[in-house]
Write a protein of this length. Structure first.
Length: 254
């Protein structure tokens, strides 16, 4: 329907095989988008595409590791080759890593987190923006975190990476505003994803502590975060660019 948020839009979603990315695929399709799903786990992508197509949605997938620039470029190229253009992108792929005091944090954990969470967004932004410039504009949403706005203990590389996503968002928004490309970020709080479930499982009491610090007193469902991304990607907010929208039940207000 033409009043759907993303009616007729071609949207690339990274990290689409689970969590917020998979929820975004479902929400965006419900809002009228054609989606290209990118992630590392092909079996998850195939199952999700089959699910979406069974419901009448237009969807395809590509196996891609966003820490590799050639993979990011290939995902954008698939969108353009399949649908003729790229209107929107949700750069969602990210990892959490072990929660370890900074002075004990291994180099490989830092490197892995930075490669995916920061370099991955950078790798995606370049071909996405190039494709949107060819198409006369577009919209991008990067997935940061409340960890991109405030600090949490024993997660220094993750915090640094998500602050960097905020910086990339603001830089790209400023640079391409006059070319009709809007770039925003969302900053989810505690959300029921694989990363969060792993953190909670390995840190007893963490979920209770986080929820106690959240005014709504609960963990978000991935679809709630995806809905915020859908709105920012849509044409309903044409004067919004360079913002970081907390989707956190009020956590950063505390």
């Amino acid at each position: 329907m033409q009043n759907d948020l993303l009616f007729g839009k071609v949207v690339l979603i990274t990290g689409a095989s689970s969590g917020i990315g998979a929820a975004a695929a479902r929400v965006f399709c419900q809002e009228g988008a054609s989606v290209v799903l990118a992630a590392r786990r092909e079996e998850h992508l195939t199952a999700l595409v089959d699910e979406l197509r069974d419901k009448g949605a237009v969807a395809t997938h590509v196996v891609a590791d966003v820490s590799r620039p050639e993979d990011a470029a290939r995902a954008v190229r698939l969108a353009v080759d399949t649908y003729g253009r790229l209107d929107c992108a949700f750069n969602n792929a990210g990892i959490g890593g072990d929660r370890t005091p900074l002075h004990l944090m291994p180099d490989d954990v830092y490197d892995s987190i930075m490669d995916t969470n920061v370099r991955g967004v950078f790798n995606c932004l370049r071909p996405e923006i190039a494709a949107m410039l060819d198409n006369g504009g577009g919209t991008i949403v990067n997935n940061s975190s409340v960890g991109g706005l405030v600090a949490i203990p024993a997660a220094a590389p993750y915090i640094a990476s998500k602050h960097a996503v905020v910086g990339l968002t603001r830089a790209a928004a400023d640079e391409y505003a006059k070319q009709n490309i809007r770039v925003n970020a969302i900053a989810p709080g505690s959300t029921r994803t694989e990363i969060t479930a792993d953190w909670f499982q390995r840190n007893p009491g963490l979920e209770h502590m986080v929820n106690s610090l959240t005014p709504q007193g609960r963990t978000a469902e991935p679809e709630e975060v995806a809905a915020a991304a859908a709105w920012l990607l849509s044409d309903r907010c044409p004067f919004l660019t360079g913002i970081v929208m907390p989707v956190d039940g009020g956590f950063v207000n505390q």
